[in-house]
Design a protein around this ligand. Sequence first.
Ligand code: HXC
Length: 513
Amino acid sequence: MKRLIAEREKARLGGGERRIEAQHKKGKFTARERLDMLLDEGSFEEYDMFVTHRTTDFSLDKELYLSDGVITGHGTIDGRTVYVFSQDFTVLGGSLSETNALKICKVMDQAMKVGAPVIGINDSGGARIQEGVRSLSGYASIFQRNIMASGVIPQISAIFGPCAGGAVYSPALTDFVVMAEKTSYMFVTGPKVVKTVTGESITDEELGGAHVHATKSGVTHFVGENEAEGILLIKKLLSYLPQNNLEEPPVALCSDPVDRLNENLNSIIPEKPSIPYDVKDIIHSIADNGEFLEVQRQYARNIVVGFVTFNGMSTGIVANQPNYLAGCLDINASRKAARFVRFCDAFNIPIVTLVDVPGFLPGSAQEFEGIIANGAKLIFAYGEATVPKITIILRKAYGGAYIVMSSKQLRGDVNYAWPTAEIAVMGSMGAIEVLYNRDLNAIENPEERAKFVADNAADYREKFANPYEAAKYGYIDDIIEPRNTRFRIIRALQTLSTKKDVNPPKKHSTLPL
Ligand code: HXC
C-alpha cells in the first residue's frame, strides 16, 4: 500500500517540480491540471499510470518517468462519458514514444467500443526523436485510429503548447481543434528547424500561433483567451453533440418560448439590395436564448457556421454573411461550410441554412486556386447529407450559389423564403449587360444608356427579384413572415425529427477533396 501511494505520488510529478514550475511560468497548466478542469470532479479513472518507455539509446534509460509523458483514461463531462489523453510537456517535451502511443491507442480503442467522444490535449514536440521509427510507428497507429473513429465518435483536440509533427497531424484528423492565445502553437516543423532548413527567421507566434490558425489557415475551430477558456469551449461544444453516430444529439431544457416572435426581423433587410447587414443578428434572434456557438469565427467570415438549439434541439447553422465580401462564396467559405455540413450529417445534427448570397466570388485568383473544385465540395456535402435540412432564403439567392445553399433539388426538406428573397440566375445589372449587350453597344449617349439599363433592370427585378416565381414552381415551400422564422423552423424540425433518407450503398463517395 505504501508503495502504491509513493508510486502514484511520483507519477503525479511527471517531469519534476522544476519543469512544472517552468510550465506554469509560461502561463500553461500541467497535463493533470487540465484534466481536472475538463472533467467532472472525481470522475477521472486513470489508466497506465505506471507505464514507462523501453528505450536505452541516448541514455534514455536514465530518464524514466511514470506515465511516460501522457495521462490517459476516462471521466465524465456534465455526466456524459468521455475518453481523454493529456500530453505532459514536462516529460521529454510531451514527445510521443512507442509506449506513450500505446496508451493513447488504448483509450481510443475503448472509446470506439463504448461509443464515447475522445478529447486529446496536445502539448508535445511530436515524435520522440531518440526512439526513431518506433515513435513514428506510434503516430501512424494513432492516425489510423483517428481515421477509423472519424464519423463514429466525436474527436476533439486541444492544442495547449508548442505542438509539432505528429502532434499537429493527429489533431488535423479530428473534428475540432481548440487553441489558446499566446501559449498554443501548431506547426509541422518548429522555428528552429525552419531556420536550419530554409534560413527563414520566424517566431512561434508568427509561424503557428492561435491567431494564424484562426484567420489564415483555418486549422483551428475555436480560440480561447487562455487554456481555461479553451476548456470551457470544449465543454460547450460537447453539449451540442451526441456521444456517437448511432445516437441523436442531446435535447437541452428550453425556457425560451417556441412561438416567440421577432418583430425586428420584419425590417432587418435593408431597402437597397447592396446594403449589408449582420446575419448573426438573425441567428441570435431566432435561436434559444440568443445563444450561438460559432465555429471558425475568424476564418472565411463570408460564411457563418456553428451550433444553436431550437426548443432544445441541437442544430447546425450555415449562413451567408452579407457583412463580409457581400456574403459571396469563395474557396475558403466553401471548404469551411462543406466540412461543417459533413460533420453535422455524420452526427445526426439537423442543418438550418440562411441564404443571402450573390454568387461565387469571380476572378482569376479564385479560378487559379480552384474555386470550381472547392465550390463543388459544398454542393457535394449538401447533396449527400441525409439529416433534416431547412433552408430560409433571406435575400439574394443567385445562380449556382442558389443551388449550393441547400436548395430543394439538393434534397432540402423544407425551403422557405422571406418576402425579400430574390431568386434568379444573377443580379439585375449583370443580367441586363448580358441580355441586351447588342442594344447597349448601339447606344452612344451615356445618359440614354443608363436609362436603358435602369428601365430593363426594373423589369427584370419585377420578374425575378422576388420569391413568387420560385414559389410558383414549388422550389420553395412557402413564403414566411420574417418574425415567424423561429416558430416555423422549430415546427419543421419537430416534423422532420423522424425523417429517414438514405444514399445508395457504396464503399465511399469520390468527393472532390
Ligand atoms: C524528444 C523532445 C522533443 C522531441 C522537445 N523535446 N521535443 N525530446 N523528442 N521531439 C524535449 C527537449 O529536449 C527539452 O528537454 C524539452 O522537451 C522541452 O523542449 P524545449 O525545446 O526546451 O522547449 P521549447 O523551447 O518550448 O520548444 C518546444 C518545441 C521544440 C518547439 C516543441 O522542442 C521543438 O522544435 N522540438 C522538435 C519538434 C520536431 O521537429 N519534432 C519532430 C516532429 S516529426 P529537457 O530535458 O530540456 O526538458 C514527427 C513525426 C510525425 O512528429 C510526422 C507525422 C506526419
